[in-house]
Design a binder for this molecule. Sequence first.
Ligand code: F6P
Length: 406
Amino acid sequence: MTASPLLYLQSGGPTAVLNASAQGVIEAARRLDLPLYAARDGLAGLVKGELVDTTRATDAEIARLSTLPGASFGVSRHMLPTWEEAPQEWLALRDVLERHDIHHLLINGGNGSIGCAARFVEFEQHTGYPLRVIGIPKTIDNDLVGTDFSPGFPSAARFLATQMREVAVDMASMAQRRIFIMETMGRHTGWLAASTAAAAQYAGDAPQLILLPEATFDAERFLRKVRQSLDEHGHCAIAVAEGLEGADGRPLAEFRPDATYGHEQLGGVGTWLAGLVKRELGMTSHVAQVDCLQRAARHLASAVDLRLAHQAGSTAVEWAVNGKQGVMTAFARRATDTPSWEVEPVPLASIGDRERRMPAEFIDADNLWVTPAYLDYLRPLLAGPAAVPWDKDGLPDCRAIDWVSI
Ligand code: F6P
């Protein structure tokens, strides 16, 4: 192994299959007999020169990697400025890369991270140091443009739909009328809240209402539908996206407006809705803010998601060594009876720092549910369980891998 090492990093929020992409990257590098380093804590670690050598891990450890939730190398919300804003930060990065003779960088992240990856495309032009960069998609929010879906979303969706289906049975068991509100993540998009629609096996099944940031929230229509559901079913299950907006286009609830990574931290709209229901209908609700549970639930991951996350990683290595530059391993769907996906290069500059919201054709006319077209889009992504190893106590085996620092 004499070639210069590739560098891989994970960036942004973790997903249940982020480590499957890492596994794809590492296995491809091993197959091609290429050394591979990884940055600790994503871009924050890269800036500080905190790297690990993946070649020091055993094959058994790499085989276990895709069964672990979280981000095995660590992630951060660190963002990079433009060259014009802070050339000294880019020159410091050049020092780190040059010290380790790294000329290939693989960035695995969501829209902010892919935006940073896009800034590396002009690295050579600004610093004189040759560098190829490839992006690997990842985000439970499913809001990356240029790709049919983002790895991580199908698994979070499978978790949410499973929880919604099971809670519906719980609600139906109770003699008293009951309102259940499930608040999902997703930032300014409703892909995750919408995924709970897959829980409904028959028309009218839970969730009875789905509230999306892409659809204007109308309190009167909402309350009318809640009453109607209570009369018809004796209960009402509501899925709400954390980014649900009021008429002014602002999220109805912000948990921490001054979040450090440049976006406000959303959260709390489920409790806000429960307050509305209490005031207007005099009823209490159960509220579940699912929060990080939906992105950590590796035990309920989708097999399709796991397989394609791995493929996005291995393809990125092949493209990097074959000379591709400045593209992301995006997914294009081949719609046949059984949909399949191909990995296609999409320029990083056309993806980064943008946000794909749910299109109108996926939102029901009354703005309180999804259309059959959305379910046709979603269902193939949920297919198949992705097994995890269980420990002697019957819990998922989540032992961390101890990466060796350089
Ligand atoms: O980007 C994924 C995501 O899970 C969003 O859905 C959520 O709003 C955000 O991350 C939370 O970020 P953090 O864990 O950094 O607070």
